[in-house]
Design a protein. Structure first.
Length: 162
């Protein structure tokens, strides 16, 4: 019986050692830091707007960077170099969020507003949150989410990149 108790004691001590080692490993990992991004050069943003009249404002947080009038349901804005990302494009009640300076076409409508709201609820306007919010907003049948389930021209699926 004494050998059995010693084995239990050793097993208990070993488990306690493992748990404390795991706890130390978790604490020693550096916290993920969010990297602030800026536009390296000036960029020209354009797109369609659900509001056919009015104006479009580009906001860096709470500050208006630049604004323009909507002409024929479209807008065009030049964002200066070294502007902090994300940039929120606002037209009336509608918004669209710029998280990547390489993409220059941004429509502003109820759909983009819903995506932005979902991304904000996920923790903010990050590229990862915007992608997740957009993918959750599209109602694609499960059969069409993979190439094997796609029943059309596979060279045009997913916008042709496939």
């Amino acid at each position: 019986m004494q050998i059995f108790n010693k084995k239990l004691l050793l097993i208990g001590l070993f488990n306690a050692f493992l748990l404390s080692a795991c706890n130390e490993m978790q604490q020693s990992k550096p916290a993920a830091q969010s990297v602030t991004k800026y536009t390296s050069t000036s960029i020209l943003l354009s797109g369609k707007v659900e509001n056919k009249t009015g104006n479009v404002k580009a906001l860096d947080g709470e500050n208006v960077i630049v604004s323009t009038n909507i002409e024929n349901g479209r807008y065009q804005l030049e964002i200066p170099a070294q502007t902090k990302l994300p940039i929120v494009l606002q037209s009336g009640d509608f918004i669209s969020v710029v998280v990547d300076a390489d993409v220059t076409h941004y429509d502003i409508n109820s759909f983009t507003t819903n995506i932005a709201a979902k991304a904000k609820s996920l923790g903010g306007y990050t590229r990862q949150n915007m992608i997740l919010a957009a993918s959750n907003s599209v109602h694609t049948p499960d059969a069409n989410k993979t190439s094997t389930g796609f029943r059309g021209d596979t060279t045009t699926q997913y916008g042709g990149w496939h």
